[in-house]
Write a protein that binds this ligand. Structure first.
Ligand SMILES: *[C@@H]1O[C@H](CO)[C@@H](O)[C@H](O)[C@H]1NC(C)=O
Ligand SMILES: *[C@@H]1O[C@H](CO)[C@@H](O)[C@H](O)[C@H]1NC(C)=O
Length: 435
């Protein structure tokens, strides 16, 4: 089993975009309908007669001139909302800059789920609605500052492993700041001037207080200390102490403050311990009945070969389950995957991608192993559910299954034997030349 775990630990999974049907013409149509539907003060020379890659204002293509990869339209007086089925069709887009315009409304889902995006500049508009969740794992810069976004910051931002710059300042965001402990490359971070509250998570305390200005409900390092919890009703001994001299009563008071802090501190600790226990019990009972549930997920247990690993306690059970999504036609289990022959498709800074061919010689999948990802099981499963729901998105290769353990996180995708899969995988690992 150790051997298998070791081999398994060599596998990992990835989100890959492929859209064979799209080409430069679809990009062109998407841009033209955007220009037609969105009023703008400065004229765009986006005419059919002019070559799109070399002539169109703000448009940049890849070196082969086959797809649009960057769109720079800063301060040209774009007015109104971004219609769906326009920019969201630019599925090779790596850079989207629409800063300093008059855009409003929601960011459409097809834009926030563009899977190649690396650089997003939407600052200084008047976008509103819930803060969009950008899902491209390649995102390095996300600037949504100076808009009217509302709602909470999704903990899913913690999965944008490549993020260097995150600016959400000057919006109307509420709720608490999620822990962003996975974002180890984050260099610039700004949440100033929102309506956030609560503690600043440890992972973000390395940023200065100017990253958190103007949020009245935020406290704790690097901002001033949180106000002490409301004092407990004084113990009876305090009444007798009023007879003591002033200095002594002061001393006694500070003792009481300390006691109060200690008591409320232990109460919080106890509460945390109870919450952890509850979460543990819940996930345990979930695991216990998962195999029986007729829910959306089928859990394949590799115990079919007779080795019943899942009986070796919660750890063993967790270690050996491959969770498939509904609609998956695959019928392999973890053991099969372990025995598969694997070929490296690409190495990225957050993991390695493999093509795995099962022993039947017919079934091929793409496996991505996430490296150095510190994430709780619940968060991970939530993220997987979200990715699983993108099945019908034409730009996203469906996620079919995932595997979670403390030390290993794997994603299984369809393998699409298109010529450009490899090039995309390789492309993903190159630094972008555009910005
Ligand atoms: C921005 O949008 C919000 C909400 O849609 C609206 O209330 C506000 O007036 C807009 N601000 C500007 C400057 O257009
Ligand atoms: C964050 O934004 C606010 C307001 O726009 C600004 O005052 C502050 O200096 C910024 N913080 C950093 C770290 O740049």
């Amino acid at each position: 089993m150790v051997h298998h775990q070791f081999r398994f630990s060599l596998l990992v999974f990835i989100l890959v975009t492929v859209n064979a049907a799209n080409d430069l013409n679809t990009d062109k149509e998407a841009l033209v309908s955007f220009a037609n539907l969105v009023p703008h003060q400065r004229a765009l020379n986006w005419d059919d007669d002019n070559p799109i890659c070399s002539y169109w204002i703000g448009v940049m293509c890849d070196s082969g001139g086959t797809r649009v990869i960057a769109l720079h339209l800063p301060a040209i007086g774009l007015l109104g909302s971004i219609p769906p089925n326009t920019l969201g069709k630019l599925d090779y887009l790596q850079l989207l800059s629409l800063r300093y315009n008059l855009l409003s409304g929601d960011v459409p889902l097809d834009v926030s789920t563009l899977a190649s995006l690396k650089y997003v500049f939407l600052q200084n508009n008047n976008f509103s609605g819930k803060l969009p969740v950008f899902l491209s794992y390649h995102i390095r810069i996300l600037d949504l500052s100076f808009n009217s976004f509302t709602g909470e910051i999704s903990p899913m931002i913690n999965y944008l492993f490549q993020l260097r710059t995150l600016d959400l300042s000057n919006n109307n965001l509420t709720g608490e700041i999620p822990d962003l402990n996975n974002l180890q490359r984050l260099k610039y971070f700004n949440l100033s001037y929102n309506s956030l509250r609560g503690f600043i998570p440890t992972s973000l305390q390395k940023f200065s207080n100017s990253s958190f200005l103007g949020n009245l409900g935020l406290c704790g390092s690097p901002l001033p200390k949180c106000p002490p919890s409301p004092p407990l009703s004084p113990p009876p001994s305090l009444a007798t102490s009023t007879k003591t001299p002033h200095t002594r009563s002061k001393k006694k008071l500070s003792t009481i403050v300390i006691i109060t802090i200690v008591i409320s501190g232990s109460a919080i600790l106890l509460l945390v311990a109870i919450i952890f226990l509850l979460i543990y019990l819940r996930s345990k009972s979930k695991e216990d009945c998962q195999g029986l549930s007729k829910g959306k997920k089928a859990v394949v247990d590799p115990g079919s070969s007779g080795i019943n690993n899942s009986s070796s306690g919660p750890h063993g059970a967790e270690m050996n389950k491959l969770t498939f999504f509904e609609g998956s036609s695959f019928s392999f289990n973890l053991e099969d995957l372990l025995r598969a022959s694997a070929e490296i498709l690409g190495k990225g800074s957050y993991g390695t991608t493999y093509k795995a061919v099962l022993e039947d010689g017919m079934t091929a999948v793409v496996v991505k192993r996430l490296r150095e990802v510190v994430v709780g099981k619940k968060d991970f499963e939530q993220q997987m559910e979200m990715l699983g729901r993108l099945h019908r998105h034409p730009n996203v290769v469906p996620l079919r299954a995932y595997y979670y353990s403390k030390d290993e996180k794997l994603l299984v995708y369809d393998y699409l034997p298109l010529g450009n899969l490899t090039s995309i995988l390789h492309g993903m690992n190159k630094e972008s030349t555009v910005i």
